[in-house]
Design a protein around this ligand. Sequence first.
Ligand SMILES: Nc1ncnc2c1ncn2[C@@H]1O[C@H](COP(=O)(O)OP(=O)(O)OP(=O)(O)O)[C@@H](O)[C@H]1O
Ligand SMILES: [Mg+2]
Length: 585
Amino acid sequence: MAFVLKRAAKRLVRAQNAAKKENATLPKQEDLEKADIILPEEIIPISTSVKKTRTEEPESITDVEHTGHIALPKEYATVEAKTDILEKVRAVSESYPLVTTLFKGVKYVVATATIRFNPVTNQLMYIVEEPTISDRVTEIIKQTLKLLQERLDIEPSKLKARKEVYGYVDEKINEIWDYLGAALTEDEELKAKYYILRSTIGYGHIEPLMRDPNIEDISCDGVGQPVFIFHRNPSYGELITNISFSTKEELDSFVMKLAQKAGRTISVATPLLDATLPDGSRLQVTFGTDIARKGSNFSIRKFFKSPLTVIDLIRYETANPLLLAYLWLIIEEQQSLLITGTTAVGKTTFLNSVAQFVRPGLKIVSIEDTAELQLANVNWVPQVARTGYGPTKYGEVTMFDLLKAALRQRPDYLVVGEVRGREASVMFQAMATGHPALSTLHADSLDAVMDRLTTRPIDLPVSLLENLDAIIFLEKTNKDGRLIRRVAQVLEIEGYDRVANRLKTNIAFSWNPTTDAFETHDSALLAKIAAKRGQSPEKLKDELLRRANLLNWMSKKGIAKFRDVANMINLYYTNPAQLAALMRA
Ligand SMILES: Nc1ncnc2c1ncn2[C@@H]1O[C@H](COP(=O)(O)OP(=O)(O)OP(=O)(O)O)[C@@H](O)[C@H]1O
Ligand SMILES: [Mg+2]
């Protein structure tokens, strides 16, 4: 019997190969009938066989058993030889203005940024240069600040327009100087006003950093520690600055001011804060108590009018065009994905950028704790949870509440900022009932993912996790003195093994830290999609490469802005001929 099966299989493969040579599609039923065999059940799932490119006949039946997977193309896997990064870093020397002001009709630059290599510490540095002032002016500034506190009868943050705020405070400063009889030269006046405005309505020491649109992240780990920033320029990345807080009092009062700007308070009793600043930036503060031994610490994740896009991910080498094209295909096909990794690895950013792959026109409902997501999709309903007031948490709306409500809004896609608690069960049940979801989870390995999802407080049964289609693991590490972020692995969920009570998984992509290249393997998910679309693996692979080429072309051309990326994706669907012409031009 085994022998008969083996022969039948061989003939089947021969028939398949013959059919493939004629056209790129899989054999039709007639072809199989011509092959003069009766198909045994076991080898029926041929629709996604990957052995299409081989010309000679496979040796044994095991060659055709490898069905259900599509071998991913190897394009884009090789890395171009990289020039010595350290050499490049040493040569960096860039300066640009951070704060300019219009003073008596003339435009002045009051603060600049200089990025250069420090040969002593062997590090790239971000140096903020601000005006130098004499002791006499410093004293006047101190007195003015004290008097301003008493005289500002309107809380500056209550004034809406920026110009209005500046005008109001400026007027008050002039009044105070008249009162003090302060005699300042024009130059001194300009500088003194910069410092006064900086500490009253600005962000104090970090004002210049807040003004730099290239900075994504500002953080400080404690007293005497330098403030770190993350620069948008892919060749800079994380940079150390010349700004620091030298005393505990200074840092504590600074973080209290930050909290105040976010309309919240922070104290020894409530030392942890996660809030949103007026410009939409995300603020995290730990007040210096027994729990933060280096003193207070903070991190600001700046809000971008234009968030990072998939093309930025290519430019930062977080992923390559092929990997993103793959995600594009599976997101278009409404598969459910979980993006995981440690703190600040770039989960939310990744989620936000790949959400652009949701087919234009589909309805997305997003749910998050702090408003971070920014999608270009027209049919997007963003919702943000809110904390309640007082001990009864009056008025609280949790992620769980929002998610339950969201399901009644008939979304085509759910985007959940981060799963942490009870909302996870709603999300997974939603997936099970055909509402695909994209979300993030704080975990750095499959074991950690399973652990977080199946133990308290999330507590899901393993079987429910099979509704997930793929997990994307992000990793950040140091390489040649730079912080790099990479997709470490794309893991497909093939199903649930009831006996072992485990998920059956398949690695589609993995990152090799030694070569810094993305390695491609087989994809079960694409095979599933090909079958669902009734498309041959070859056709799907062609499509995958077409999309990868488009993304690659966009990155080479520098088409990376949020809107532009959205337009290109739209064009891919609506007018491929125009897009092809554009790419050829
Ligand atoms: N691929 C990337 N390349 C460069 N910078 C990135 C990348 N992804 C994210 N960033 C930057 O890193 C910072 C952290 O990103 P993000 O908020 O996405 O991380 P996260 O993993 O969601 O963090 P958390 O664990 O706090 O939720 C942001 O300032 C963001 O702009
Ligand atoms: Mg996040």
